[in-house]
Ligand binder design. Sequence first.
Ligand SMILES: Cc1cc2nc3c(=O)[nH]c(=O)nc-3n(C[C@H](O)[C@H](O)[C@H](O)COP(=O)(O)OP(=O)(O)OC[C@H]3O[C@@H](n4cnc5c(N)ncnc54)[C@H](O)[C@@H]3O)c2cc1C
Length: 458
Amino acid sequence: MKTKDINNLKDIAGEENIILSEEERHCYSYDSTRLEYMPDVVVKARNTQQISDIFKYASAEKIPVTPRGAATGLSGGCLAMEGGILMLMVEMDKILDVNPVDLLIDVEAGIITVDVDKEANKYGLFYPPDPGSLKYSTIGGNIAENAGGLRGLKYGVTKDYVNALEAVLPNGDIVNFGTRTVKGVTGYNMVDLITGSEGTLAVITKATLGLLPEPPSKASLLALFSTIEDAAKAVRDIVSNGVITSTLEIIDRVTINAIEDYLRFGLNRNIGAMLLIEVDGQQGAVDAEAKVIMKVCKSNEAISCKQAASDKERDEIWAARRAALSSLARVKPSTILEDATVPRSKIVEMVEAVNDIAKKYDLTIGTFGHAGDGNLHPTILTDMRDAGEEKKVESAVEEMFKAAVGLGGTLSGEHGIGISKAKYLKMEIDPASYELMKRIKKAFDPDNILNPGKMFLD
Ligand SMILES: Cc1cc2nc3c(=O)[nH]c(=O)nc-3n(C[C@H](O)[C@H](O)[C@H](O)COP(=O)(O)OP(=O)(O)OC[C@H]3O[C@@H](n4cnc5c(N)ncnc54)[C@H](O)[C@@H]3O)c2cc1C
């Protein structure tokens, strides 16, 4: 970037909000993938007007701008692929209003996900979307990726809780989409278009999010199986027996061992897989659903299925699940995490496909994830510095995507396309839809300055 542009940015954004040193920019050159791109300058976003002014300048000068939340993203979305400005959103982290009657909370986009939930808890409410990264990720990043979470099966994903948004377009215009009402059908549904747009259409500055009353009662269950196939069959059967669990997570043997090596929760290392299940609601319903789950697990050859006896035991079950990815990441130098997703009825076939691919390419794959949503995270543990390994991994990943799409599923259930999956997009999206998506991008961002290089390769 030219010195003139840096000086002008200092005037527009405030000199105290500009980060230029190479050392510091380096800290903002990566996210939770293994990719790295160095921005020319990092700008701390402070308020909507400042962001609008930055965009007016950037669009006039054709300078790329990449929004960044907490960088927990798993598809490279917040990396400044073409240099330019990295727009850091984490300073905009205020709670603006809570309305317990309308069940709404207004927040700035840089707030950390768990802080929204904590604020809601003060009113006997909760914010249902709970990605595994909720202690670090921002609401802006969650909306941009349409993040899912452990409670997705019963409560849905981020898009189900975004009522309204304030955002800044690449030309600097400030827009407000959505309503504060339960119903609202005026004009196109722009909230849903921005949600999941991976920071390629607009920068989200504020959000009005939906909340729910906290359920009066919960039960957590842990079911152990000799094989992951039996666990997958139980997942399918729990739902077809009429129980919509709030959480239905799977962890396989490779992942269990990685968690035990790291944190020693005392999990059984010799089983094939375990299911972590939670039901919530009125006490009577919770008890009845827990009974059905135990029966279904037993009829699918569970070695055991028991309810957590105390809050401490329950918290340990969920702490183990949340540690899955960080535990796997310690095993080998490279961790290639995928999130191909299939309809729940095809979960058994997808588990079998992943096992076959692991055998075919002689790779160690740890599988965990939101099994109730058909959203598995097969994670290849490897060393991508080895050229032979890299080739094997690429072929294995492509086969996983083909298997998921072939089973009526999708390339990404929650992590997005970003850089990592751009080359596979046409595997799922038909040519006419692909061209329409590109025209939508052009309508928002005619000069392609907002987050260039993501989602579309051409
Ligand atoms: C341990 C771990 C567990 C995870 N578990 C889950 C999970 O259970 N479910 C799930 O869905 N994901 C999960 N993720 C992935 C990640 O946490 C989510 O994608 C999350 O939504 C990213 O939020 P972020 O604030 O870190 O965004 P970033 O990584 O900083 O950015 C992600 C994308 O959002 C864009 N963006 C960020 N802020 C804004 C904004 N204000 N306006 C417009 N665009 C913006 C960026 O440009 C980028 O494209 C996990 C990641 C890790 C490391």
